[in-house]
Design a protein around this ligand. Structure first.
Ligand SMILES: NC(=O)C1=CN([C@@H]2O[C@H](COP(=O)(O)OP(=O)(O)OC[C@H]3O[C@@H](n4cnc5c(N)ncnc54)[C@H](OP(=O)(O)O)[C@@H]3O)[C@@H](O)[C@H]2O)[C@@H](O)CC1
Ligand SMILES: Nc1ncnc2c1ncn2[C@@H]1O[C@H](COP(=O)(O)OP(=O)(O)O)[C@@H](O)[C@H]1O
Ligand SMILES: [Mg+2]
Length: 279
């Protein structure tokens, strides 16, 4: 297993002067019931702060006011309005589905609709409730689209999806299921592991327990989407690894002076941290 080092941050590049928002990725984030609205707000805000050119959040209408007051840079669609959701999905480079989405019938039909509309060239980040739904629903497993899929499960979500008990989640066992899924798997835990098709397993040696606050993984999905939208054209695996490294490296820096690091603290440091890499 290969250790990620800070070298990976060279993926973050100085922007060419002659460019516009369309050059930096169109991200769509799908999730957030009324109960779990914060999850999709953090994902959306992280994508915006990581530099995504255009971000649209498909969520429950109850979250609209909060979304616009937290991050007016983001656009909104009602996640049950399939026609409008599909029109924004069409132009996306990276799609996040699952943070705070819940697992009821409405959530299931939202994931089905996303799966039915994703294109092969798009990055689809499947997280949280969408992983849990996929683990439960055969119909969804059969509908898994042809796209660049990145699963971001924590250990219990991975247990549900892969059938491998947490204690048995060895590199060899995980790799077998990842190959069957034919997708990238980011197994989140203390020292997260990345299993990508045809690549050596990568291990994230940074990050710590000051990151153990609800919303930390939701925030990661937005950073990944933002990085895929901007940097995947160089090398998608490196762009993904750089997103993970950035998330935990910011946490480590903040933890020097903070007992806990909140997901929103990480979002607030993204712009400065990324600037430091291109000085
Ligand atoms: N502010 C918001 O709106 C927030 C909304 N959220 C949204 O909620 C939805 C449900 O997601 P979820 O992760 O909270 O619940 P679930 O999938 O049941 O997993 C928890 C179970 O797994 C176990 N567990 C074992 N190992 C683990 C590990 N390494 N990391 C974590 N857990 C581990 C754990 O064990 P225990 O705590 O009991 O020891 C427990 O039994 C999802 O859509 C998410 O986006 C959250 O992000 C919070 C903030
Ligand atoms: N002790 C820890 N050491 C390193 N990273 C951690 C630790 N605790 C949590 N994290 C990180 O925080 C994130 C938690 O993700 P997740 O459980 O999906 O959170 P949520 O769904 O609440 O947003 C992951 O990126 C995980 O690696
Ligand atoms: Mg999560």
């Amino acid at each position: 297993m290969k250790n990620l080092t800070k070298e990976i941050l060279t993926v973050i590049k100085k922007r060419p002067a002659n460019s516009h928002k369309g050059n930096y990725g169109r991200v769509v984030t799908v999730g957030g019931t009324q109960q779990y609205g914060g999850a999709i707000l953090m994902s959306t805000s992280a994508a915006v702060h990581a530099g995504a050119g255009l971000v649209t959040c498909a969520t429950a209408p109850e979250n609209l006011t909060a979304l616009h007051s937290l991050v007016p840079e983001a656009m909104f669609v009602d996640f049950t309005d399939e026609k409008t959701v599909n029109s924004v999905l069409l132009g996306a480079n990276a799609i996040v589905v699952g943070p705070g989405l819940g697992t009821d019938k409405t959530s299931l039909s939202i994931v089905k609709n996303v799966f039915a509309n994703v294109k092969p060239e798009q990055y689809l980040i499947i997280d949280g409730s969408a992983i849990t739904l996929l683990s439960q629903e055969n119909s969804l497993q059969e509908a898994l689209p042809n796209a660049h899929i990145i699963f971001t499960p924590h250990e219990m979500e991975w247990q549900r999806l892969s059938g491998i008990k947490i204690a048995k989640q060895t590199e060899e066992n995980n790799r077998q299921i990842q190959e069957k899924l034919n997708a990238t798997v980011v197994l989140k835990k203390h020292h997260t592991e990345i299993y990508a098709p045809g690549a050596e397993t990568v291990h994230l040696p940074i990050g710590g327990p000051y990151m153990s606050t609800g919303g930390m993984g939701d925030t990661l999905t937005g950073i990944i989407a933002g990085f895929m939208g901007q940097f995947a054209n160089q090398d998608p695996q490196k762009a993904l690894a750089a997103a993970l490294y950035t998330h935990s490296a910011i946490a480590d820096e903040l933890a020097e002076n903070s007992y806990v690091v909140l997901p929103t603290d990480i979002i607030g440091q993204l712009q400065e941290f990324m600037k430091k890499q291109v000085r």
